[in-house]
Design a binder for this molecule. Structure first.
Ligand SMILES: C[S@@+](CC[C@H](N)C(=O)[O-])C[C@H]1O[C@@H](n2cnc3c(N)ncnc32)[C@H](O)[C@@H]1O
Length: 221
């Protein structure tokens, strides 16, 4: 998969993509990530990419021209262009699965007061990573790249993400490692029993208990 990230702050990404599983996925050729500076596409003599709001109001708005030119330069028939915006649909694990099947994603990061509304016309979808407002789309882009990259075949084992939270509308079961007792807290006996059927039953029960406690909304789905 190829991912292009369109941003005004390209340097924010280097460290994040140069660690751990994403770094390995890049090295293995599972994902090819390109960071594109939107400013490189401005035709403004002063390199401007934003301007004041028509009708009045605080802040600066990202202008159409550099973003249209940038997307048109990069987009192919296999591309899905995603605008990152708090007013988009809320990103969920199911979307990560769907997007991990795409050939080419273009993630458009906003900043300041956001985008000129007409930029939506060149995007295929608008995504928000949650009901809060960040200063820019760079962290949302990192969230989306991370969540998709780990789902690409051969990046982590299938078993790892099949057991993850949200896979079947339930939260993951609790896990423990050595030692058996830490500061008086014991690993549940059933996990030491070696009885796989009982362990499975226990985990299933815990998944429902945790989901009921923390995310009852998932059970309604
Ligand atoms: C300060 S925000 C603009 C907020 C905009 N005025 C609004 O209220 O919808 C600047 C940029 O950060 C990004 N951003 C902020 N919060 C986000 C979120 N929850 N999900 C996705 N992108 C977000 C978007 O790219 C947005 O254009």
């Amino acid at each position: 998969m190829r991912i292009d990230i369109l941003t005004l702050f390209p340097e924010m990404f280097q460290k994040v993509f140069d660690e751990s599983i994403i770094k390995r996925a890049i090295q293995l050729g599972k994902v090819d990530i390109h960071i594109v500076n939107i400013r490189d596409y401005t035709k403004d003599v002063h390199n401007k990419v934003d301007d004041t709001v028509y009708g009045g109001g605080a802040g600066m708005v990202l202008m159409c021209q550099p973003i249209f030119d940038c997307i048109r330069d990069i987009k192919t028939e296999n591309s899905k262009v995603i605008m990152l915006t708090p007013s988009g649909k809320v990103y969920q694990q199911k979307m990560a699965y769907d997007l991990s099947l795409e050939k080419h994603l273009i993630l458009l990061c906003g900043h300041y007061e956001g985008f000129d509304e007409r930029i939506k016309s060149i995007c295929d979808m608008e995504l928000s990573i949650g009901d809060y407002v960040l200063t820019g789309g760079e962290i949302p882009a990192m969230v989306i790249v991370d969540s998709i990259t780990r789902l690409l075949p051969g990046v982590i084992t299938d078993e790892s993400h099949i057991n993850d939270s949200f896979h079947n509308q339930l939260l993951d079961y609790p896990v423990y490692t050595k030692p058996r007792v830490f500061e008086g807290m014991e690993v549940p006996e059933v996990l030491l029993s070696g009885d796989h059927k009982k362990i499975e039953e226990y985990r299933e029960k815990e998944m429902h208990r945790l989901t009921q406690e923390n995310r009852p909304d998932l059970l309604d789905k």
